[in-house]
Write a protein of this length. Structure first.
Length: 437
């Protein structure tokens, strides 16, 4: 789950984010220049199973760009565990790439450094216009009211994956559409050493993704309109408690999941130990672990009632990878040409098919490949019922603070310690105090 690895790496302090105004590309010119028109350096995030696979996928595309423009791209695929720290070092040292990938949840934090090229109307026009992109994907590229700090490259959303045989054996004919149905079905499925729902209780960013969506459904944003942390509202407390209660109260998540942080829930699903999992673009992982396409189904993530939509019917965060340009690159024109190439209709079809993601470019989604059942659910969710995580400069601290609170509550549940509204609120109060220090 690529973006989860990305978000898990985030440790950016707001004091750093607000104070840095460094220059990538090694020049002090505020608006960029064109001193090296025939070369670009690109830091690509590790999207495939390993770095060598990414090089094999991307190199032919970069050669294609070089043939079309005469601009050579020096590729470095950076592991997610290193990427954010590399970016921060580049913003302070002035020694960085021209173009780079960032996890979309970092957008506002990195925007606050002042090091990235703002994608105003003029810059968007240079790559074909802002209206080529899905609104929700652009909304995850920076603070509301300011030009985005990056351009959407690969988009993802959450879905509910379910094991068809386990459902049939339990006499369940359709996947749950609401949370009450999921719990009811889950109690039928959780027996004989098998469990209904998988979770990654020690993965801070996964915890945030799940509780953010439940927060939306409870009318909570976790931040107020001024961007101040608001973790202890009734809706936020109810959202966190609902998620942890799948283990603590409903007993449909195995206690051992409290320690999961490395996609073990996908392995459990593939091995028939768990009947459902909330995930993004999981098909390639299931195939790699021996599952056949007919073994599993996919459905929208449940909502409190009715059907997915906006507001309290939100059922996913907007996930994905954005493409940014260091503002002081020596080749501003070439960098924009490269972004235009990577977000062209044709390249979006090629790259997103390969990586199992959804094109944030509207026209590319018309390709039949993105009409497959799994991708159709992800695509429709992204377009109609997904919301971006809070686009505030200290979003990364939010992931760490609240994600840790949820991790600790899962540990309590696994140990048999009661998880009450009061204990949830106390953990979230502690997380909020951490944010305010």
């Amino acid at each position: 789950m690529r973006h989860l690895r990305a978000a898990a790496a985030v440790t950016l302090a707001i004091s750093v984010a607000a104070g840095v105004t460094g220059c990538g590309g090694g020049t002090s010119s505020g608006g960029g220049s064109n001193e090296s028109p025939k070369t670009l350096t690109y830091w690509a995030s590790n999207q495939g199973p390993n770095i060598e696979a990414d090089k094999k996928i991307l190199t032919p595309e970069l050669k294609k760009f070089e043939k079309e423009t005469g601009i050579k791209v020096k590729l470095e695929v950076v592991p997610w565990a290193d990427l954010l720290n590399r970016i921060l070092a580049a913003t302070t040292s002035g020694q960085g790439p021209d173009v780079l990938n960032i996890g979309n949840t970092w957008s506002a934090s990195l925007q606050a450094t002042g090091a990235l090229l703002p994608w105003d109307d003029k810059n968007f026009e240079a790559i074909g216009g802002r209206d080529r992109f899905i609104d929700s994907a652009v909304a995850s590229a920076g603070k509301e009211g300011e030009p985005p700090a990056a351009v959407p490259l690969y988009s993802l959303s959450y879905a509910l994956y379910y094991n068809k045989k386990m459902f049939a054996d339990a006499g369940i004919t359709t996947p749950p559409a609401t949370w009450s149905q999921l719990v009811e079905d889950g109690k039928k499925l959780s027996k004989d050493g098998k469990w209904a729902l998988g979770a990654e209780g020690s993965n801070l960013s996964n915890n945030i993704h799940q509780t953010f969506v439940l927060g939306q459904q409870h009318g909570a944003d976790f931040f107020d309109k001024e961007g101040k942390a608001d973790f202890t509202s009734d809706g936020a407390v109810a959202a966190v408690k609902q998620y942890v209660d799948f283990m603590a109260k409903d007993k449909i998540i195995a206690p051992g999941n409290a320690e999961y942080a490395q996609n073990q829930s996908l392995t459990d699903f593939a091995k028939g130990r768990t009947a459902m999992v909330l995930w993004q673009a999981a098909a390639t992982t299931f195939a790699a672990q021996g599952m056949k396409p007919e073994d599993w189904g996919v459905a929208p993530v449940p909502v409190p009632s009715g059907a997915p939509g906006a507001g309290k019917q939100t059922n996913s965060m907007v996930a994905g990878i954005n493409m940014a340009v260091f503002k002081n690159t020596k080749n501003i024109d070439g960098a924009k040409k490269f972004v235009k190439f990577m977000t062209s209709d044709e390249e979006q079809k090629i790259l997103c098919k390969t990586y199992g993601s959804i094109p944030p470019v509207k026209a590319a989604q018309s390709d039949p490949a993105f009409a497959a059942p799994e991708l159709k659910v992800l695509r429709d969710t992204l377009a109609t019922s997904a919301a971006p995580l809070p686009q505030v400069p200290n979003e990364s601290q939010f992931e760490t603070a609240v994600g840790t609170a949820v991790k600790e509550l899962f540990a309590d549940a696994a140990a048999g310690t009661p998880v009450t509204t009061e204990s949830v609120k106390a953990r979230l109060e502690k997380a909020q105090q951490t944010m305010q220090q």
